[in-house]
Structure formats: structure tokens, C-alpha cells
Design a protein around this ligand. Sequence first.
Ligand code: SAM
Length: 471
Amino acid sequence: MYTYNPASTIADEFINHEEILETLAYADENKNNEALIDSILEKAKLRKGLTHREASVLLACQSEEKNQEIYHLAEQIKKDFYGNRIVMFAPLYLSNYCINGCTYCPYHAKNKHIPRKKLTQDEIRKEVIALQDLGHKRLALEAGEDPKNNPIEYILECIKTIYSIKHKNGAIRRVNVNIAATTVENYRKLKEAGIGTYILFQETYHKESYLELHPTGPKHDYNYHTEAMDRAMEGGIDDVGLGVLFGLDKYRYEFAGLLMHAEHLEARFGVGPHTISVPRLRNADDIDASSFTNGISDDTFAKIVACIRIAVPYTGMIVSTRESQKCRERVLHLGISQISGGSRTSVGGYAEEEPEDESSAQFDVSDTRSLDEVVKWLMDMEYIPSFCTACYREGRTGDRFMSLCKNQQIQNCCHPNALMTLKEYLVDYASPETKAVGDALIEKELVNIPKEKIRNLVVEHLKDIENGTGN
Ligand code: SAM
């Protein structure tokens, strides 16, 4: 008998290997069981989510007709919970110094030829001003793990610098942080520094593979890494972002592990993850993605996104510029709520382009378009690119955000906010072509604000922004 306990504090018990194997066997046995698949879809329609076992059956489902129902439901749930808004952000790489040995990441300690860089506070100022000048309001900070070169004090100083920079109309209003697993005390410090979401990818939930893929350095400790979100929440961080790096191990295993992790946070803290990221392994400096044998096709990737959307309807989902325009277009419909745009994955690179032979990039970007192009592309598809960070500023994060979202209330305040922040973007940063498309979209979207009083207020505010008299 094995010990599977979602509320346990021990990684091996809440991400239990035997439970995952049983789940996969159960999903395999039932992949053509239409009666069961129908009953799971009926439950999913209640929009209260699914267990990892139920969702794994949908992921394994082989009936083309049922798969179409899965995609359709994912699209519908996405619309119900997030409307047509897509939140925009950009990554900012602070340092690529790293003492870990991750075999898939070019920042691994044995890579002696990649230029090692760490931004000074002055360089951060320049990068942030360049990002603000593009129109960004949300950043995801990225750094390797190196207690000497990038200690927590360095990260905290960077966050303070970023929040302090006001330039023209620009300001970064939400700083999310993706740094290595750390202590409760350090998470408390990050919380005090005012971070938004703490993001940490599990990479793989398969412990044996994890140990092989992380042969050296502090990240080798699977349990410490897997229990990081618990410590983050104990340290007072309400919003945590999960993710696996697809391509490292078998995707069905990762999918079940990811949902078990979400169930664990819900069971222990009463609130699930704020976001789930779905990165796929990419080529990078000395990394050849094709030498990893668990790569997944675009079709499988789309199915994973749809099944996550159905299983945890209230959790935001992020896709980065690791994916191509075409692939991003496909998964936006199926459940993605946040995307990056105009990204640089090098340390620095926004203020000044890095020379190619000195690249410090973490991975090759697929979607290389500018933010303006990404914004226009979204609007051409009738999505509203949102630069809104109101939830964060008004303290509507964590369980309060989740309860709003679970009651599908969030779009009532998000929609007007998204339109107004989009208008700010159009006035301050967009090209004339993008502005024209955006103004027409805003006009069209106003009717979707149900309350007349709010609609009138928004119309007034939009005029103020256009005339430069808004605040
Ligand atoms: N050092 C932190 C940690 O250990 O979690 C931050 C990680 S790194 C800056 C951000 C993420 O990039 C990693 O968690 C990993 O999933 C992803 N990554 C690493 N190498 C990659 C590659 N070759 N292709 C795509 N993503 C990669």
C-alpha cells in the first residue's frame, strides 16, 4: 500500500509516484470508455474543476468526437472565466550566474563559454526604462541560482530599483519572480518587497528523472524543490505559479503531477496556484533539444492546454515566446490567459541588442515579434491585450482573487480595466496602425460592460486618456 496524501507536507506523499502510475494505468484503460468520458465532461461543465485522475482520462481520450468536445468546452470555460482578455508581460533576466548542473539549461555551471552577466542597478534602470517605453507594466524576473553572485539581497535590491523607476508615463506595477527554491525567511522578504507571483517550474515531477536531469548543485534536492511552493505560502506569498518543462519526461506523467500539485496547494492552503506555465524545451547555447526524447507535438501541446483549462478553470495559464506565433494562436483559444511579447531571454538586451557572438540567452525565442506587433495581432483576432494590474494593487490576490474567479465575477471588473489600460497603451506607445485597430476594438467592446453607469464612467475616462488629461 502506498501513501498518497494531498494535504501532506512531504513531496513524496503529495506528488506520489505510485498514485501517478495508477492514474496513468486508469487513464489508459479508459481512453475509449465513452460513458466515463461523457460523465467526466458533464462534471467539467459545472466549471468546478476535475481531479487529476479524471483530467488524465480526458488527456488520454482517443475518440476524435470526444476530443472535439474537450476543445469546445475548454474554449467555453476560457471565455466564461477570462473573457477575451490576454494579460501581457515580459521577462527580465537579471543574472545567468548559476551553480546548478541542469542538463537542459545553458546556464549550467559547467558551461564555460557562455558569457556570464549580472545586471548592475544602473543597467536595470536602463532595461526597465526600455521596457516601459515599449509599454510593459508587468515583469517576470529571472535569475540563475548562485548565492555568491545573485544572493537574495541582490534580487531584493533589483525589485526595489524596478518599482522606483518612473519615466514618462511608464511604471512597472507588478514584478513576478522566477528564482530558485529558497527558505521561508527569503520568501517572506520577497513578499515584503511587494512581488506579485512567485513562479517556480518543477521541470519534471518524475523524481528519478529529476535527479538525473539535475545531477549537481542545490537544485538536485527534489524534495526541497517540490516543497518550495509550500514554503512560499508559509512565507506569506499568496500567488504561486507552477509549471513543468515539457520534453524532459513523459507528458502524461507531468500532467498528472502538475494537477496533483495544484490539489495539494488547495488541500493545504485552501487556494490553488495563481498560474500554470507550459514551457517546452528549446534549443539553446550548448543544448540540443532533439537529444531529449520526450518532446511533444503541437497537437499534444494543444490538448494539454485544453485539459489544464478544464481541470483548473480558475488558474491563469501562461505561454511564452518559446512558442511560435502559429502555436500561440492555437492555444490562446484553448485556455491561455497570459503571454509575453517582445521578449529578450538574454541578460540585458532591451536597452541595447546583444551582439550575436556574445549571447547570454537562456533559450532560442520562436516568436520574435515586437510588442506592438503582438498587440496588433491579438486585437486582429479580437482579443483585448490587457496591461491591467489592478488586482495586485487593490490586494485582490490569493484566495480572494480565487473566490472572485471561482464565482466568475472577475470579468465584471477586469473588462473595463483592460479597456482603459489598453487605451493608455495605445495613446502612449502604439504605432498609428495598431492604435487604429485598438480604438475600433475598444469602441466595439464597450457594449460588453453591462452596467450603464460604469460604461459611462469608462467612456469619460477613455476620453481623458486620449486627451492626456487622465491620471
Ligand atoms: N534558476 C531558477 C530555477 O532554478 O528555477 C530560475 C529558472 S530559469 C531562469 C527559468 C526556466 O527556464 C527554468 O525553470 C526552465 O524550466 C526553463 N528552461 C531552462 N532551460 C530551457 C531550455 N533549454 N528551453 C526552454 N526552457 C528552458
